[in-house]
Write a protein that binds this ligand. Structure first.
Ligand code: TYC
Length: 114
């Protein structure tokens, strides 16, 4: 009788040495950098149109999404506009705060570790 060599296949669990399971359970040495939520806060004076412009200009958000987010801030008091790495979040906050100050609006933008 001629014995054919056994064929190794992914579906044949006799050849499953568990490497994949081990790899998944092993903690990677590299960690992801922390991410930061950038939020807009409501106030009684900043015009709605200005907030929409800020969202479009600094966050690349479409005008219909920007309107939605602005209304969320207006009704709930604040909303997360985006989540970024530290330096990008910091830049967004500065850009928004500078732009609002230059236009003499009290709009507040803050960031918080996720
Ligand atoms: N509450 C403001 C108004 O009624 C509008 C507004 C929305 C202001 C969002 C700030 O982050 C803000 N004109």
């Amino acid at each position: 009788m001629i014995r054919l060599p056994l064929k190794m296949s992914d579906k044949d669990d006799r050849f499953d040495d568990g490497d994949l399971g081990l790899a998944l359970k092993t903690r990677p040495k590299t960690q992801r950098p922390p991410m930061y939520k950038v939020m807009l806060l409501n106030d009684d004076y900043t015009p709605m149109e200005f907030v929409i412009l800020v969202l479009e200009r600094f966050f690349g958000i479409t005008s219909s999404q920007a309107t939605e987010i602005m209304l969320t801030v207006h009704t709930k008091g604040l909303a997360v506009v985006g989540v970024f790495a530290f330096e990008i979040a910091e830049t967004k906050v500065s850009q928004v705060m500078d732009f609002a100050r230059r236009h003499q609006h009290p709009l507040q933008c803050t960031m918080e570790k996720e």
